[in-house]
Design a protein around this ligand. Structure first.
Ligand SMILES: *[C@@H]1O[C@H](CO)[C@@H](O)[C@H](O)[C@H]1NC(C)=O
Ligand SMILES: *[C@@H]1O[C@H](CO)[C@@H](O)[C@H](O)[C@H]1NC(C)=O
Ligand SMILES: *[C@@H]1O[C@H](CO)[C@@H](O)[C@H](O)[C@H]1NC(C)=O
Ligand SMILES: *[C@@H]1O[C@H](CO)[C@@H](O)[C@H](O)[C@H]1NC(C)=O
Ligand SMILES: *[C@@H]1O[C@H](CO)[C@@H](O)[C@H](O)[C@H]1NC(C)=O
Ligand SMILES: *[C@@H]1O[C@H](CO)[C@@H](O)[C@H](O)[C@H]1NC(C)=O
Ligand SMILES: *[C@@H]1O[C@H](CO)[C@@H](O)[C@H](O)[C@H]1NC(C)=O
Ligand SMILES: *[C@@H]1O[C@H](CO)[C@@H](O)[C@H](O)[C@H]1NC(C)=O
Ligand SMILES: *[C@@H]1O[C@H](CO)[C@@H](O)[C@H](O)[C@H]1NC(C)=O
Ligand SMILES: *[C@@H]1O[C@H](CO)[C@@H](O)[C@H](O)[C@H]1NC(C)=O
Length: 878
């Protein structure tokens, strides 16, 4: 005899008559859509239901229409009288927290009945997911159709997410949701990793009058009664021992069974599905319900599609045993045959059967570190978005503002997070740095405060970082700046964030600087002229413009070279053209034929790294025709090189006796820009003639920003630092107080100006190492101004102009920084000097430069201002 279980057999939901006082340890029983905080015991089942408030944050409660409700529908289970619908959002999820926690095995059941709750009389279709796995596409036959589905799954995390996804065919809803903890040893599958099993059929064989749901079933399974007309049903009232294994089918189910009416026939049943790759597991429950005589034998073999699954099964009387296949049954047609074996003389028996289909899903849950990070971000900022379930999955239903990278075999990774205008407050959360695949991070237009944290540097794949519209302060971390410079990162910040991060932030770095500078100072003696041509590249029309709070991206066209390219362009560092504190400078040629100077950080001077980096960063940020610009840099295997265009005419040191005023003006303009054009202001800290470079056209440029420092903000007028600089040029007040402000540069510039006028170095070795200010002061005291003027000018100079220049240098080098002039005033004064010179008319060509520089016009009354000779007698830097 053969019977067929039809596909999509409906579960029978019968009216339960008995109230069971059930042990419901670990049960989660949600009557979805019931009034808030409404807990009740269902009179039919004895199960305690709760409302869904603590399991879901979205959705609205609805009652089914009265037509389908009690008393019009006397047998409607109470949980189905209301439901929760989700008109908003594509994905809404319940979060269930099983008692057993992570790795526990649980059965989850979801129930749906439409009942025309919305009055539309239109049956919706939607998808039900467990985590990222499509569990069931929910469809209804009519408004009173009850769809019930069960899944058995191991908890991969502390919680299960049961999600309803709107597929555009109506608003999803749910009527009931239940979780039952299972014994972890049952419902085994062959794979090491447990695969979720969706219930296909569960039958209580041989009895048609049961409720299907029994208090003796510790797992609260629903058993559909079934019997075939060709089967005889057997019943016993004797208790069945179900303690033999963990499956524990309830007594009521095991007390009934069926045997074929024709004793020579088998018990057969079959089912089919459309998917030929569908995988099934079956669980067969046997118990003999009679005590056989001595000469009787009940023995049978179970086969699937002619393939024997279990041989010589002999069920014991009143004792339950469970048989299941170790390998999945794969295919779309499945015939199970229970046939008595050769030695049997009584027909086979079957008491119950469960058929489960493996949930096939190629979807993987999001990379767990990403999940942890984004959960942390959600709770930290109390993000008011429907961020539920898996952040990336299912595909196409990632969290709002999150985009993921889905690869076939690896868990999805979060690569994009847009939290723009999300009312974020407080600091930038550290957990963001754990989203290590992040490529785009938009935190703009929030109320974030505090610094831009260093930990953002960990996001090595970040291509876009938008922090505009926040109240962030402080400095941009170095590596972010560096990546922004090299074009790897599009960094958008409010311009007030801009700061020279290298030096204002990290106190520990400064401590290292002292020994470096000590050795640097000795090396400076052998510092050869850097020969660099300065390209005029003036991007910002007016430096003042950058002071308004405009928003601007730091981007750069400067090129990053590999070490190999650097080696190549310098012909393997063949021609050294200079040597500095941090390494040597080599002549090189770019592919386009342009000559360059390559400043290479020597491997031995690892301490110089910070200053090197500092210079690279500064060069990136400042553009002025009187400041050094550069071609690019190399940072390869910790070997750093800066590439400048080649300067044909050496530095000021080598031109000290020839170029004068124009050079002074050029240099002053560069410094003026640093002090007053940059926000925040930048203090060069190492102004000296060796750091003023000359182009072919004898344009002077300030170079060597290795020691430069930004003032933290507009309000700050000085900062405390360790004293660094070059002997002879070093501001004595700064040296004493460690209070750094831009007047220290003014002092140094005053020394350079004196060098220009006198043709003498800052420290005059030939005169017993006296300082240039002692030298000048000596003559000025005696009123012998002409004696200090460089002899190379051959007496052909404008005394007024020279006097004015001396006056300026004195005003620059006053002992108290507050009494010193600013670079703007210096610039104005020097321009006056130049004007005086220009009014003298044409000169002979040979003397042109010299005359232009420091001319002498005897007919002008010497307007030598009140010079502060006393203050010039205490030279510094010795
Ligand atoms: C559903 O019905 C119950 C009982 O009749 C009532 O208290 C509740 O307010 C109704 N809920 C909704 C959302 O209409
Ligand atoms: C709804 O569909 C179910 C299953 O097909 C059926 O048993 C029931 O009679 C139908 N009810 C109505 C009111 O059509
Ligand atoms: C079915 O169950 C009801 C109530 O338990 C009982 O009254 C009735 O006799 C049963 N019918 C059969 C055929 O067992
Ligand atoms: C029982 O089944 C066998 C084999 O199918 C058949 O030959 C026999 O006639 C059947 N007996 C009855 C009573 O139907
Ligand atoms: C088994 O033994 C009983 C008597 O104890 C006898 O009536 C019956 O025919 C025997 N059955 C078989 C199949 O041998
Ligand atoms: C299953 O049984 C049916 C009916 O007996 C038969 O037509 C079909 O070929 C069988 N399928 C397999 C795979 O054995
Ligand atoms: C039943 O299974 C046993 C054990 O595997 C085997 O020896 C026997 O031949 C099988 N009988 C039939 C009828 O297939
Ligand atoms: C995701 O969306 C794309 C395009 O809208 C579609 O082709 C694809 O099938 C969707 N994937 C899933 C898993 O829904
Ligand atoms: C996604 O991940 C793969 C593998 O890691 C990588 O090759 C690909 O570039 C990534 N795609 C994006 C858009 O990040
Ligand atoms: C983030 O979202 C905002 C508002 O929806 C949008 O204006 C902005 O362009 C988005 N950012 C990115 C990087 O896509």
């Amino acid at each position: 005899m053969v019977f067929f279980i039809h596909l999509f057999l409906l579960c029978v939901t019968a009216r339960f008559i008995h109230v069971h006082a059930q042990i419901q340890t670990g049960y989660i029983s949600i009557d979805c859509g019931s009034q808030e905080n409404f807990n009740y015991v269902d009179l039919d089942t004895g199960i305690s239901y709760t409302s869904d408030g603590s399991f879901v944050n979205t959705g609205i409660n609805k009652n089914i229409s009265s037509e389908y409700a009690y008393p019009n529908n006397l047998y409607l289970p109470q949980p189905l009288s209301d439901l929760r619908s989700f008109p908003q959002g594509d994905k809404n999820c319940y979060t269930l927290r099983p008692n057993g926690g992570k790795s526990s095995l649980n059965l989850i059941r979801a129930t749906f009945m439409y009942g025309n709750y919305d009055g539309e009389n239109k049956l919706p279709e939607f998808d039900l997911y467990l985590g990222v796995h499509l569990w069931l596409s929910v469809k209804f036959k009519n408004s009173s159709d009850v769809v019930t589905t069960e899944i058995i799954s191991v908890a991969l995390e502390d919680t299960f997410s049961v999600c309803l996804v709107n597929v555009g065919l109506g608003v999803p809803f749910i009527s009931g949701l239940e979780l039952r903890p299972l014994d972890g040893s049952i419902y085994k599958t062959d794979t090491k990793k447990f695969v979720p099993l969706v219930l296909f059929e569960r039958f209580d064989i041989g009895y048609t009058n049961g409720s299907g749901r029994y208090s003796s079933d510790v797992y609260d399974r629903i058993w559909s009664p079934y019997n075939s007309p060709s089967w005889d049903s057997l019943r016993t009232s004797i208790d069945i021992d179900t303690s033999g294994d963990g499956y524990r089918a309830p007594n009521e189910v095991m007390q009934t069974g069926s045997t074929p009416k024709n004793g020579t026939e088998s018990l057969e049943f079959s089912w089919s599905v459309s998917d030929p790759k569908a995988r099934f597991y079956i669980y067969l429950y046997f118990a003999d319900l009679v005590v056989l005589r001595r000469n009787q034998t009940r023995e049978f073999n179970v086969s699937w599609n002619e393939f024997q699954l279990f041989g010589s099964v002999r069920p014991r009387a009143y004792y339950a045993s469970t048989f299941y296949n170790l390998r999945p049954l794969v295919g779309n047609e499945h015939n199970i045959s229970i046939k008595k074996s050769g030695s049997a003389n009584v027909p086979p028996i079957l008491n119950a059967i469960e058929i489960y289909r493996v949930l096939e899903s190629s979807e993987l849950a999001t990379f767990s570190r990403d999940v942890d990070a984004v959960e942390n971000i959600r709770t930290t900022y109390k993000i008011n978005r429907n961020w539920v379930g898996d952040p990336c999955g299912p595909k196409n239903y990632s969290w709002e503002g999150i985009i993921c990278n889905y690869t076939n075999s690896n868990p999805p990774r979060i690569i994009f997070m847009n939290l723009s205008a999300s009312d974020l407050t407080g600091q930038i959360a550290a957990s963001i740095a754990n989203l290590s695949s992040l490529e785009t991070l938009d935190l703009s237009n929030n109320s974030l405060t505090g610094p831009i944290p260093d930990f953002l540097e960990k996001l090595s794949l970040l291509k876009l970082l938008d922090l505009r519209g926040n109240q962030l302060s402080g400095y941009i971390p170095k590596s972010l700046l560096e990546r922004s410079r090299t074009g790897l990162l599009k960094l958008s910040v409010d311009s007030r964030n801009l700061c020279d991060s290298g030096s204002c932030k990290n106190k520990s770095k400064k401590k290292i600087l002292i020994p470096i500078i000590a050795s640097l100072l000795s090396l400076l003696v052998v510092l050869l002229p850097l020969i660099i041509f300065w390209r005029i590249k003036r991007k910002q029309k007016s430096s003042k413009e950058s002071s308004n709070e405009e928003v601007r991206s730091i981007e750069s066209n400067n090129k990053q070279f590999t070490y190999a390219e650097v080696a190549n362009m310098t012909n393997n560092f063949q021609t050294a053209i200079g040597k500095g504190g941090f390494g040597s400078v080599y002549l090189g040629t770019l592919k386009n034929g342009k000559q360059v100077a390559v400043k290479l950080l020597s491997e031995s001077s690892s301490q110089g790294y910070n200053e090197f980096q500092n210079e690279a960063e500064l060069l990136m940020r400042v553009h002025h025709r009187n400041l050094a610009s550069f071609v690019g840099y190399s940072h390869d295997n910790n070997r750093m090189a800066l590439v400048y265009e080649y300067m044909a005419n050496g530095n000021l040191k080598s031109y000290i006796s020839e170029m004068r005023l124009k050079i002074a003006i050029d240099a002053a303009q560069g410094l003026e820009y640093l002090h007053h054009g940059c926000r925040p202001a930048i203090i060069h800290r190492d102004v000296k003639s060796a750091n003023i470079l000359l182009s072919e056209n004898l344009d002077a440029k300030i170079a060597d920003f290795g020691l430069s420092k930004g003032l933290p903000d507009d309000q700050t007028t000085h900062i405390l630092t360790d004293v660094i600089g070059t002997a002879g040029y070093l501001d004595p007040e700064y040296r004493r107080s460690h209070n750094l402000n831009e007047k220290s540069d003014v002092y140094s510039f005053g020394i350079v100006l004196l060098e220009l006028i006198t043709g003498r170095p800052a420290i005059i070795k030939s005169m017993d190492h006296i300082h240039i200010m002692q030298y000048v002061g000596h003559y000025l005291k005696k009123g012998e101004i002409t004696s200090v003027i460089d002899e190379q000018m051959g007496g052909d100079f404008n005394l007024e102009s020279v006097s004015k220049a001396i006056e300026i240098s004195v005003a620059c080098t006053r002992a108290m920084s507050t009494q010193r002039v600013t670079m703007s005033e210096v610039l104005t004064g020097l321009k006056v000097c130049l004007e005086m010179e220009m009014t003298r008319g044409p000169r002979n060509q040979a003397n042109h430069v010299v005359q232009k520089m420091v001319g002498l016009q005897m007919d002008h009354s010497p307007d030598i201002c009140s010079m502060d000779f006393e203050l010039m007698t205490d030279p510094s830097g010795r």
